[in-house]
Design a protein around this ligand. Structure first.
Ligand code: GLN
Length: 236
């Protein structure tokens, strides 16, 4: 990463993990699209940096890719938390989210609380805060056996397993659960409030990029661009 640019600022490579609609996904033509894609590009446009390309990874590989200099920034609906802040830094927050519990339309399982998931087969995407909730609130509390917890490289596979009846519930970010509800044969059973905030990830020593992204984010929030992009990808 961080190749010196020509005139002006540096060129950066951004990493993301498609399969997390509407934040990042592939459209019918196989192009990478979504809220994070538009927002990050608009933010970089306000800086002296130039976005050279997007690079795609599984979500759990994004932080290692950043640390190994394969990418310079993460735009992947990544929740800012203390565990991640031990290894990377974040921009200012740009989106709020809670967790949702997703169930299949064609089952009659309708949990109302995390306790109702005990003894069921639960799925989540590897390395996510959703998987963290399953681990800390269910497995560590002795309410769910580890063998009943399936992790996936991508939430799309978890939702497929849910539709096929291989698992009973999926724990994932609420805005994405709502999107799957509108596109797939699944529904949100209940929301589990976590008060998460998404930020762009950067290396800990990259404070120049961090302040440039924060300034760019403030600009697009002030000039209406953020709202325009938000309205394009979210109906509410
Ligand atoms: N916000 C969640 C997290 O940071 C999920 C992100 C994702 O799957 N792209 O773990």
């Amino acid at each position: 990463g961080c190749m010196g640019g020509g005139s002006g600022g540096q060129t950066i490579v951004a990493g993301t993990a498609p399969g997390f609609p509407p934040f990042e996904m592939k459209n019918e033509d196989g192009e990478l699209v979504g809220f994070d894609i538009d927002l990050f590009e608009a933010v970089v446009d306000e800086t002296d940096y130039t976005l050279e390309e997007w690079s795609e990874f599984e979500f759990s590989s994004l932080i290692p890719a950043l640390q190994n200099d394969r990418i310079d920034a993460i735009a992947a609906a990544m929740t800012i938390n203390e565990e991640r802040q031990e290894t990377i830094s974040f921009s200012d927050p740009y989106y709020n989210a809670d967790q949702s519990i997703l169930v299949a339309n064609n089952s009659d399982f309708r949990p109302e609380s995390l306790d109702d998931l005990s003894g069921q087969r639960v799925g989540a995407q590897e390395g996510t805060t959703g998987a963290g909730v399953v681990n800390s609130e269910l497995i560590e509390e002795g309410k769910l056996d580890e063998s009943n917890f399936n992790t996936y490289g991508n939430y799309v596979f978890a939702v497929e397993d849910l539709e096929n009846g291989n698992i009973d519930a999926v724990v994932l970010d609420q805005p994405v659960a709502q999107t799957f509800e509108s596109q797939r044969d699944v529904q949100v059973a209940f929301v589990y409030e976590t008060g998460e905030r998404y930020g762009f990830g950067i290396r800990q020593d990259d404070s120049d990029l961090q302040s440039a992204l924060n300034d760019g984010l403030a600009t697009v929030q002030d000039n209406g661009t953020y709202e325009e992009i938000r309205n394009e990808w979210f109906s509410d």
